[in-house]
Write a protein that binds this ligand. Structure first.
Ligand code: SF4
Ligand code: SF4
Length: 417
């Protein structure tokens, strides 16, 4: 699953575009399931069994709430009546000029419109709401909007530059948890990537949030240029006082192919995260094939036997799946456009016409219904034994292959993508 965090991290390929190869309203062809008896993976990766030595990483922990939510998806995937999550890029405005900004829509909803959207979100009652941007603290009316949403489970993603004692108090009073984006543990690299931000200032702001108990996690967007920094990012997360780091696999953005990790680099990143978690920091590896890789490489992680049981004694928890949730959640652009995934170049409607209305139409969409069925995949994914718990990233696959149903080309387990 992609939790799709990103404070202006990822460019979305041209909003308003509808993919050419979606055949809406076509009858889905009957495809035989064959993945159960076939690995469909590059057997050479099994050599890692030797390297990994059936390692156990007891400190890889994930917050229970997250685990519950992810298991909830698994159990309810096909009969979902409400979105698992709503990810709302609430403003196009930002005070930074980041190299890897996903780019914003040219306009945004009025405060009045956002308040209506917020009320509809409350009515939809998703498991989880992410408020991001742009920089959400620059949004006109942000406190009114958050007040409407406060009964829900809210995470706010900020670049961390505008945090002060006043807004820390407001966030705390509203019960909102904060995520700060850090793309490098090195000040000079961070400041080059995030033009306009001061590494030390954001670090201090993160510490202030942590001291007040509202710093949920650090978001780290993986690229070819920083995947070797994972151990240092775990140390940085610990020194700031956050309990968790979200390692976000790169999704379609500007210069995407240049920055995307190779299969071998993905493998190194996954192993590195497991190793680094020995410092006590929880992590969420936001790639649908994460668990498949652990299985193939025989990396044993503590698992909950069910999604509803907490192993209180050990506090060791891991999510059961990181499966793709394309179409199981709603992404709202600053101008109200609604998409089935933060990175999908596919607009389903506009929040101005009603978020609930668009969600209802999503439930009836033949395209979404088809993409949610793992057996519609082709290539390596179709014959992969991990298909049910992975599904491959649909938006990335489309960006790289122009085919929504192809195998995920970034998967470290597939030979040819
Ligand atoms: S397509 Fe799936 S895995 Fe990829 S970003 Fe969207 S929800 Fe996440
Ligand atoms: S991306 Fe496809 S091939 Fe790779 S683990 Fe997932 S389902 Fe299997």
């Amino acid at each position: 699953m992609n939790i799709l965090f990103g404070n202006a991290i990822y460019p979305t390929p041209s909003p308003n575009t509808t993919p050419l190869n979606i055949q809406q309203d076509t009858i889905m062809p009957k495809i035989q399931k064959s993945h159960k008896s076939h690995y469909g993976v590059d057997e050479s990766h099994r050599s890692h069994l030797v390297e990994a030595e059936a390692s156990t990483y007891p400190l890889m922990t994930i917050k229970f709430k997250l685990t519950e939510k992810i298991n909830y998806i698994k159990l309810n995937l096909m009969q979902r009546t409400k979105p698992y999550m709503i990810d709302w890029a609430i403003t196009m405005n930002c005070n930074l000029n980041c190299q890897h900004c996903r780019g914003m829509t040219p306009d945004e909803l009025s405060t009045e419109e956002t308040l209506k959207v917020a009320q509809e979100i409350v009515e939809l009652n998703p498991e989880w709401v992410i408020i991001e941007g742009g920089e959400p603290l620059m949004r006109d009316g942000i406190w009114e909007i958050l007040k409407v949403l406060q009964e829900l489970d809210i995470n706010l993603i900020t670049n961390g530059t505008l945090i002060n004692s006043e807004n820390i108090k407001q966030l705390k009073d509203l019960g909102i948890k904060v995520m700060i984006s850090f793309d490098s543990p090195y000040p000079e690299v961070y400041e080059r990537l995030r033009a306009g931000a001061s590494f030390n200032e954001v670090l201090r702001n993160g510490e202030k949030l942590a001291n007040q108990g509202i710093l949920h996690s650090i978001n780290f967007a993986l690229s070819k240029y920083n995947y070797k920094d994972i151990p240092k990012m775990f140390s940085l997360t610990k020194s700031i006082g956050a309990e968790m780091i979200n390692i976000l696999g790169l999704k379609p953005c500007e210069k995407y192919q240049e920055q995307l990790l190779s299969k071998e680099e993905y493998k190194a990143a996954i192993i590195s995260a497991c190793e680094s978690s020995k410092n006590g920091i929880s992590f969420y590896f936001d790639e649908p094939f994460f668990h498949a890789c652990l299985d193939e490489w025989n990396i044993k992680l503590p698992q909950l036997s069910t999604g509803t049981t907490v192993q209180k004694e050990s506090k060791i928890l891991t999510p059961a799946t990181t499966s793709c949730i394309f179409g199981e959640y709603i992404f709202i652009e600053p101008n109200g456009e609604i998409k089935p995934c933060t990175f999908a170049p596919y607009v389903l409607g506009n929040a101005k016409e009603g978020v609930i209305k668009v969600w209802e139409s999503m439930k009836k969409s033949e395209f979404l219904s088809k993409i949610k069925k793992p057996e519609t995949r082709t290539g390596a994914c179709k014959i992969c034994k991990h298909l049910d718990k992975c599904r491959g990233c649909r938006s990335r696959t489309y960006a790289l292959t122009n085919d929504w149903f192809a195998s995920d080309p970034a998967c470290p387990l597939s030979k040819n993508g």
